[in-house]
Design a binder for this molecule. Structure first.
Ligand code: BGC
Ligand code: NOJ
Length: 826
């Protein structure tokens, strides 16, 4: 069952019922100011850091769901409604929500009055613009009251929802003309404030929440709205809000447009106040307001935003036999990559914005899907990330975007982290040809005195693995690898201990983690990522170092085949007792997805047929109609030696859930091995555009990936198997976005930037006759035509570039202008 449809010509998803199976959200803003907005206008905004600079308040896991947002209330002679249906939930005569690239338009109508609200964050602007167009579609004049609503957060979102003894006394506002200022703590240690304004005279306002809503009322029946009149309340502590009130009369057919702006302003310390030392200096705020205070200026801002997205999405454009593929590649997957790049895993409807900063591994992987869009921002991010690395190559697992410092409470020792940095820097160089990043001086541990060139950071990353091997010559598993929930050194038996940070006394003397537990996944990731490092060294003319690194990769491959090949697939790990994990010999958890794809893509054991054997086992044991489960059989009891993974009921999250992020690694591997049909099958099992039809089962947004889909085992232990199979969770902020972008564009469609050019090596469904693509790359535009007359999956038979035959499948860098690339498969 569907709850809307794709409007590809406008790059929008159009939601036609407000009662979606879960709030379906969009993100506004891509630079400093960010908003989350659901299809009923719920959500919140923040500046740069969802935890430390939260502007409006949101209560997660609320009852009913998704309460709190930017709301317009209309009281039309006692009939009270919102254009987005919620929170009043008066049945509307019509409802539509269009989520587009960086904007959302919500339209509702009731009793002949139509309200259309457009929300967006303009380019280079620290505020959310909200344009409300009210139209009287009835044949009689209409007089009604309009109320706007936003609830301020007292900046630090964590403190805001815990420290009430202080916060109920600090809230401060200022009201001038039609603008309400939120200046909590501005007098003392903050140099920033927020405002909410409307471009028209108002008939009243409220700034105190309890006066507006009423202590015993809800968002669904604020007492001021019910009374049809504002209280002109002035917040002094408690919970400051901003609500404008206006009485409006519209003749039949008449429209009125109002522009609201919710903005954020930073002021230099010496310019904070007017001469009285307490009134806000509004100079900057007024200039901001002036920028978008008319419908004409709003239209220009929207046009600018749209053209920014036109160019972002004009870099890679494909025309395949499958509309759904085009929709994912050309629009939604790229859009999600921008969002994950910006937000890492911090703020979604499943990530509270206070739990996590930017993840080291997460952000490095996000770059893989984003780098072609704005390479300069990717470069900047790579440097921020590398600056949190430690001199020995280890990394802080997370950092806060506002301070750019590593989070000490989470610390490091995640065994995979350093490797992702090599992959992301290599992908940046492959995209741009900008080798100068390697010479960039980047601090270790945010300490300028410890700065070394980026190349040194890559070296430290590579040897961090090589220098931390266990008894089988495989990388130590440490606190966790990519799978945060395989914690082989934790042995936790006490509630509340964090699986990722708790140090068992048993391993204290050894530096915090077992020197026996090894990760096969990090081993295969090393053999997959390593050649990038070798390629970089070779390019720099560092022959000996390149040979030395290559020898380490070869040795690792041999160690994997000697100790981590289980006969039909690769083991997952050795636990701290030296026992195999992910082996036929295990009672549960016999096969895991994570090490397999990287092993296949680095040809480990290929001469013995390990690649095809592994793909077969994956298909037989892990594949389902909704995607590949992470492991099988699911764990049904707690294995103290494995950690968090076995705390999840089977079928959820890392315990045999369909973890879409690592599905991409198998899609890539199947494509790499020439199995284009299989690769496409796995791709279409999880790609959102393909699962749209089953939105009622899938629940989360049909236009973006979620982290996890309920696996085939979900509910098995309580007699409910099958009920939650296919149910999505954790939408939006997941490495799935970047990795599936890589899987479809670089492995299935096969268009992959390389150090020396654009490699084109498709691995497509054999039924396809071919496809076309346009790729902007290093200053040129490549119009690529793939022909598949013999209906193979993979294999470039011939290639011409601008009419001339070129050996192999790497399109050389041709420079500016348009270039025609024609490839025949066979
Ligand atoms: C979750 C993981 C997540 C991690 C973050 C774990 O509890 O299951 O999916 O990545 O926390 O630290
Ligand atoms: C989500 C985390 O953000 C990511 O870093 C991790 O790899 C996966 N969970 C798997 O545990």
């Amino acid at each position: 069952m569907k709850f809307g449809y794709f409007d590809d010509s406008k790059r929008e998803y159009v939601i036609t019922s407000p009662r979606t199976p879960y709030p379906w959200i969009n993100y506004l803003g891509t630079q400093g100011f960010f908003s989350l907005i659901s299809n009923t206008a719920g959500g919140y905004c923040f500046y740069k850091d969802a935890r430390l600079r939260r502007i409006t308040r949101y209560r997660y896991n609320n009852v009913p769901i998704d309460m709190g947002g930017r709301y317009f209330y209309i009281n039309d002679n006692g009939c009270i409604w919102n254009p987005g249906w919620s929170p009043v939930k008066t049945e509307l005569d019509s409802y539509e929500c269009r989520h587009g690239m960086g904007y959302t338009v919500i339209t509702g109508s009731k009793n002949g009055l139509r309200a259309c609200a457009t929300f967006f964050v303009p380019q280079n602007y620290d505020g959310e613009v909200q344009q409300l167009v009210l139209t009287n579609e009835s044949s009689a004049a209409k007089t009604f009251s309009l109320f706007s609503f936003a609830e301020w957060c007292l900046w630090d979102a964590q403190d805001d929802c815990t420290n009430f003894q202080r916060n109920f006394s600090t809230g401060r506002v200022e009201i001038k003309d039609s603008t309400i200022y939120h200046k909590t703590e501005y007098r003392d240690r903050r140099n920033h404030f927020a405002f909410y304004t409307v471009n028209d005279k108002i008939d009243g306002y409220d700034t105190d929440r309890d006066s507006f809503i009423g202590l015993y009322n809800g968002f669904n029946d604020p007492q001021a709205v019910v009374a049809g009149k504002a209280n002109n309340s002035f917040a002094d502590g408690w919970s400051p809000i901003a609500s404008h009130y206006k009485k409006i009369t519209l003749a039949p057919g008449e429209s009125k447009t109002l522009v609201f702006i919710l903005g954020y302003v930073e002021m230099p310390a010496h310019k904070k106040f007017e001469a009285d030392g307490k009134t806000i200096n509004k100079e900057k705020a007024l200039a901001m307001i002036d920028k978008y205070n008319t419908p004409e200026k709003v239209a220009a801002g929207l046009a600018e935003l749209k053209s920014a997205w036109d160019s972002l999405l004009g870099i890679l454009n494909v025309n395949t036999p499958d509309d759904k593929v085009d929709r994912m590649v050309n629009i939604w997957n790229q859009y999600q990559c921008m969002v994950t790049f910006n937000l890492s895993r911090s703020a979604s409807y499943f990530e509270s914005g206070i739990g996590r900063g930017m993840g080291f591994r997460d952000s490095n992987q996000d770059i893989l899907g984003f780098v072609h869009q704005i390479p300069d921002r990717a470069r900047e991010r790579l440097i921020d990330l590398a600056a949190t690395q430690l001199p020995d190559g280890g990394c802080y697992h997370q950092y806060q975007p506002l301070t750019k410092k590593g989070n000490s409470d989470i610390g490091g020792d995640f065994s995979d982290d350093p490797l992702w940095m090599i992959l992301s820097v290599a992908s940046y160089i492959k995209e741009t040809g900008d080798w100068s990043i390697l010479d960039e001086n980047v601090p270790y541990d945010n300490d300028e005195s410890k700065a070394k060139p980026m190349l040194d950071h890559l070296n430290a990353s590579f040897y961090h693995i090589v220098n931390n091997l266990g008894p089988h010559g495989l990388p130590l598993a440490m606190r966790a690898d990519w799978n945060d929930c395989i914690n082989l050194s934790c042995f936790s038996d006490t509630p509340g201990e964090s699986f990722q940070t708790y140090t068992n006394p048993k391993f204290k003397a050894e530096g915090g983690y077992s020197k026996v537990a090894e990760s096969v996944m990090v081993a295969t990731l090393f053999t997959y990522v390593g050649p990038n490092f070798v390629g970089i060294l070779e390019h720099k003319g560092l022959k000996d170092e390149a040979a030395k690194a290559q020898a380490e990769i070869d040795k690792m491959k041999a160690n994997i085949m000697a100790s981590a090949w289980d006969g039909d697939w690769f083991l997952r790990a050795y636990d701290a007792n030296g026992e195999k994990m992910g082996s036929k010999e295990c009672e549960e958890g016999q096969i895991f997805i994570e090490p397999q794809g990287f092993a296949i893509m680095s040809d480990v054991g290929k001469d013995q047929g390990a690649d095809l054997r592994t793909l077969k086992a994956i298909d037989e044991r892990l594949n389902t109609k909704f995607g590949l489960v992470l492991n099988n059989p699911a764990f049904t009891k707690y294995y103290i030696q494995y950690g968090e993974i076995s705390t999840y009921p089977g079928g959820y999250k890392e315990n045999a859930g369909i973890f879409t992020h690592n599905n991409a690694w198998i899609i890539c591997a199947a494509a790499y091995a020439g199995q284009g049909d299989q690769a496409f099958k796995y791709y279409s099992e999880i790609a959102p555009a393909f699962t749209e039809e089953t939105s009622d089962i899938h629940k989360t947004e049909p236009y973006v990936y979620g982290q996890m889909i309920g696996g085939k085992d979900a509910g098995a232990d309580i007699g409910m198997q099958g009920d939650h199979f296919g149910q999505g969770k954790n939408s939006w902020l997941t490495g799935t976005a970047a990795w599936n972008m890589v899987a479809i564009s670089q492995y299935i469609l096969g268009i992959k930037p390389d150090f020396d050019g654009l490699s084109v090596d498709p691995s497509i469904p054999s039924a396809w006759d071919g496809f076309k693509a346009t790729r902007k790359f290093r200053g040129g535009v490549y119009n690529i035509t793939i022909k598949n007359p013999s209906h193979v999956c993979k294999g470039v038979k011939s290639m011409t570039v601008d009419g001339k035959a070129v050996e192999g499948n790497v399109v050389p860098v041709m420079g500016a202008g348009e270039h025609e690339v024609e490839i025949v498969l066979g």
